[in-house]
Design a protein around this ligand. Structure first.
Ligand SMILES: [Zn+2]
Ligand SMILES: [Zn+2]
Length: 267
């Protein structure tokens, strides 16, 4: 089984398209890439229903769409028997856990991704950059501390691009992932192996092999992800992700259904 559990529903021009017809090109592309099942994970901040969670302009400017239309588009495809799952990429906002939970409770998610794109108004992968504001060592410390809190929040089924803080190429090394991996293992959350980083300045998969090996040592389950923002990118570079997973000993991948994960043979 090969899944791609992280993508954003867009038309061929890369525009947001929360319509069920927009799903077919992703399914076709998945078939061509050898991907058995895909999951849509729109950014939570695109929905007007989530407006109260945000303070950063990048988020508040984007709360324009109706979450009902997105959910309905994916659920309609799911009900048609297409191999698609309903997910969401949820920015973790420390201190707003209960509000986040209540906002998302009405919908039939298969899984929720936990992401950190901003911490304290500073961008992990965007301007103004966290790494520039506080330095690399402190950026890594605060990023992974916040990610551990995200894991422990119980809001998420999987952590997306888990070491995103390395995106621009600067790294705190050596870095001890122990406290984070312990938090993840204790929280029954999966970790996403994402090929998106190969196309960023860092030019690496997320997460780093040492991070993933530490996850494997604690039996933390994994998912696979392209983070595609257009249909043609589904399953991109999955040979590299499978190589990494095999190299640290993974032979299963997580399949989610209605927020319950199960392990199936990978490949
Ligand atoms: Zn993301
Ligand atoms: Zn994404």
């Amino acid at each position: 089984m090969i899944v791609d559990y992280h993508m954003h529903l867009r038309n061929a021009r890369g525009e947001l398209a929360h319509d069920t017809w927009a799903i077919d090109p992703f399914v076709e592309s998945a078939g061509e890439a050898g991907v058995d099942e895909i999951g849509f994970t729109e950014h939570i901040y695109y929905f007007k229903q989530t407006r109260s969670l945000w303070t950063v302009p990048y988020h508040t400017e984007r709360c324009l769409f109706d979450i009902e239309a997105y959910v309905s588009a994916v659920v309609t495809a799911r009900d048609r028997g297409l191999p698609v799952k309903l997910g969401l990429e949820v920015d973790y906002v420390p201190g707003r856990e209960e509000e986040t939970r209540e906002l998302l409770a009405p919908y039939p998610w298969d899984y929720l991704l936990g992401s950190l794109h901003y911490i304290g108004g500073l961008g992990v992968d965007n301007e103004p950059r966290l790494v520039d504001a506080v330095g690399v060592e402190e950026a890594w410390r605060v990023y992974f501390e916040t990610l551990a809190a995200a894991a422990r929040s119980g809001l998420f089924d999987s952590l997306s691009h888990p070491d995103l803080v390395k995106i621009f190429g600067a790294r705190a090394a050596p870095f001890d992932y122990g406290a984070l991996v312990a938090a993840i293992a204790d929280s029954d959350v999966a970790v996403e192996v994402s090929t998106a980083g190969l196309h960023k300045p860092v030019r690496e998969l997320y997460p780093h092999p040492e991070f993933l090996a530490a996850c494997h040592a604690r039996d933390i389950p994994v998912t696979l992800a392209s983070d595609a923002h257009s249909p043609d990118l589904v399953g991109r570079d999955f040979d590299r992700a499978l190589e990494l997973l095999g190299s640290v000993g993974y032979d299963t991948v997580t399949v989610f259904e209605r927020r319950r994960g199960r392990q199936v043979p990978l490949g």
